[in-house]
Design a binder for this molecule. Structure first.
Ligand code: TRP
Length: 361
């Protein structure tokens, strides 16, 4: 079977370091292994509209921001198809048919949708489109016959829902859809990178994100203001690592080669952590190290982004071409789905012949 990767992001803002360690970095690595027969990276504008229906301009403006972040991270249009969800109408058609295979109570149990409903104060009146976006996400994944979906932990319920739809579809209509596998980050810090304030959720409205395109001074400002261990007051005090954002970020970003480069008095992260726990290591020293690490990680991304920003029409052209290719692939899947569902009347000569025979008797 072909190996196909698909994933995507809602264009509601620039992408941040949580997106990066949660999925983006992995996508680029996987892209560059050459192991995949096809790779689809989708800007999920239609999904973004499910909870931004009254703010289309925000979604429109952020398409290019996300595309630039993708290219800056090393997604390569020669190897990966970058496309825009709304330009593939076949996805709506698939969603419409999948809706018959999902119950309202099953959607109500989706923990990610539940918490999003709370966060957006949708309790009293949930838009139907928002409530059903997990079904449209199943269409995104199955339209491209994705086998691998690299995403953050919060997307796990969507992949489970997709798998259920695939199983149900295949058992009712015959083997048609491909069962996808979720690919989560293997490092706990990357699974759920907190905001700089230590809050579990990184979000623009909380102002606690470090963006991929952040300027060096702002990265430093944010690192220096990070939440650490509030009981670690004097340098001599023993410090805690759990819930200590600076160490969580080091777990997500630190590479062995950064020690000789930036902090040669320690061998590795374990030694640094042990010293912090014992006492005698100040927060500022660890923050300075993390700042160096993040600067080293983000500088090449920021520089590449600036290069792509010089030719914005070329970036739109990448998306246009990618959307065109994505559409042909989704068209083929939709054809197979309609045949399996017996709604391919005009393509089925056997049907017409048999009906003719029936009525001639
Ligand atoms: N739900 C994803 C997010 O919030 C975006 C998305 C839409 C997606 N369709 C997808 C991710 C399909 C992976 C596969 O970022």
């Amino acid at each position: 079977m072909k190996k196909i990767m698909l994933t995507g992001d809602r264009p509601t803002g620039r992408l941040h370091v949580g997106h990066y360690v949660g999925s983006l970095r992995r996508r680029v690595e996987l892209q560059n292994t050459g192991d995949f027969d096809d790779i689809f990276i989708m800007i999920a504008d239609a999904q973004a509209l499910t909870d931004n229906a009254d703010n289309p301009e925000k979604v429109r403006q952020n398409i290019i921001e996300v595309a630039l972040d993708y290219l800056a991270c090393g997604l390569d249009p020669e190897k990966s198809t970058l496309f825009i969800q709304s330009q593939i109408p076949e996805l709506c058609e698939l969603s419409f048919y999948y809706m018959n295979l999902v119950t309202v109570s099953r959607l109500q149990r989706n923990p990610t949708v539940k918490s999003e409903i709370q966060m957006r104060n949708f309790e009293a009146s949930i838009p139907v489109g928002f409530f059903t976006y997990p079904i449209s996400q199943a269409a995104d994944i199955t339209a491209f016959k994705a086998t691998t979906v690299p995403v953050g932990e919060d997307q796990m319920p969507m992949i489970e829902q997709t798998k259920e739809i695939v199983h149900k579809f295949n058992s009712v209509y015959g083997e048609t859809l491909v069962d996808p596998k979720i690919l989560l980050p293997d490092n706990a810090a990357c699974l759920r990178l907190p905001g700089i304030d230590g809050k579990a959720k990184m979000s623009k409205s909380l102002g606690n994100c470090i963006y991929l395109s952040e300027e060096p001074e702002d990265i430093q400002k944010k690192v220096f203001s990070m939440f650490t261990d509030p009981t670690h007051i004097r340098i001599e005090d023993p410090g805690k690592l759990e819930g200590n954002t600076v160490f969580t970020y080091l777990d997500a970003f630190c590479r062995p080669e950064y020690f000789p480069e930036f902090l040669p008095e320690y061998e590795n992260l374990d030694e640094l952590k042990a010293h912090y726990k014992r006492g005698g290591l100040g927060d500022m020293k660890v923050k300075r190290f993390l700042n160096n690490v993040l600067q080293a990680e983000l500088e090449p991304i920021r520089n590449r982004r600036k290069e792509f920003q010089k030719d914005i029409p070329a970036v739109y052209e990448i998306l246009r071409k990618g959307s065109e290719k994505a559409k042909t692939v989704a068209e083929q899947t939709l054809k197979e789905v309609k045949a399996a569902m017996k709604i391919d009347y005009f393509a089925d000569e056997e049907l017409i012949r048999a009906q003719a025979e029936k009525f001639s008797e």
